[in-house]
Design a protein around this ligand. Structure first.
Ligand code: AMP
Length: 282
């Protein structure tokens, strides 16, 4: 496995691979790798000749400096996992390499960023859009792999690819969960045992919400009910939304027939967690 900290050497490496007609897949991550990331890498390896994983804790997408400071970083462990999993190349740039200057441009995604994560994390999707654009420009993969775990992020990146005419196919992989249902996340390792137990309420609330929706309950009522239920379980909920999975527009009544996403965010102790599920309504 080749590890690159700088832009030019990895571009040279990828140029050589392309000359040999190799297809290139990219898995962008912020490290502290878990099975969720590895499922993306598995899909990438299945579809491409060369799999590249990037590891970069992107400062411009953190609206909370404490969250950025405490974000887990263990590059050595990540690199040995990636080597074991058969990743071909890793792009692990420093901050100065990715941001030679403070960026002056900013990206806006209209309706897509006015709800949920965009509403509660101002500037977050500008940072995501910037870093993903940089990675796409630098690495020019044929395909790029993202997780449904960050459903709104995927909608934003799909818009980015359309608006900027990136010739890159996007693939969204399902959420990998712990045995008790908690969505895997690098942030889970910051939970103490009691908080770890409380965190299972997030997925439980999504399942409650999904059954209520399928039973015909009113989406507005389901949202309020689950916000209250989460509080009782010890979570400090930020939002519980029921939205169209692509446009992210709120679903107003249970007669609408489409793929619906239930999305939740909340704080468990000092850690902010998100989760979602998709349901096909009859
Ligand atoms: P992160 O390192 O948290 O920025 O995540 C990198 C990529 O892995 C993103 O596309 C995430 O959506 C995806 N991802 C994170 N957690 C999971 C999970 N539990 N299952 C599937 N994909 C995930």
């Amino acid at each position: 496995m080749e590890v690159f900290n700088q832009i030019e050497p990895i571009q040279e490496y990828l140029r050589t691979q392309r000359l040999m007609q190799k297809s290139i897949g990219l898995v962008p991550t912020m490290g502290a790798l878990h099975q969720g990331h590895l499922s993306l890498l598995g899909a990438c390896k299945r579809d491409n000749d060369i799999s590249v994983c990037s590891i970069f804790v992107n400062p411009t997408q953190f609206n909370n400096p404490e969250d950025l400071k405490l974000y887990p970083r263990h590059w050595d462990k990540d690199l040995s996992i990636l080597e074991q999993e058969g990743c071909d190349a890793v792009f692990l740039p420093g901050e100065e390499e990715m941001y030679r200057e403070n960026p002056r441009m900013s990206l806006h995604f209209g309706m897509l960023e006015e709800v949920m994560e965009g509403k509660f994390r101002p500037g977050h999707f500008n940072g995501v859009g910037l870093v993903v654009s940089k990675l796409f420009h630098i690495l020019s993969p044929d395909k790029a792999y993202f997780g449904q775990k960050d459903l709104q992020q995927f909608a934003i990146i799909r818009q980015l690819v359309t608006d900027m005419s990136f010739q890159i196919e996007l693939i969204c992989e399902p959420i990998v969960r712990e045995a008790d249902g908690l969505a895997m996340s690098s942030r889970n390792m910051r939970l103490n045992p009691e908080e770890r137990q409380t965190a299972t309420a997030l997925y439980a609330s999504l399942k409650r919400g999904a059954s209520a929706l399928l039973a015909g309950d009113d989406p507005g009522k389901i949202k309020i009910d689950n916000m209250q239920w989460l509080e009782k379980q010890g979570v400090v909920p930020e939002y519980f939304e029921i939205v169209d999975s692509e446009t992210l527009k709120p679903v107003m009544n249970h007669f609408e027939k489409k793929l619906v996403a239930l999305c939740v965010a909340g704080n468990v102790g000092p850690v902010r967690l998100i989760d979602n599920i998709l349901i096909e309504k009859e």
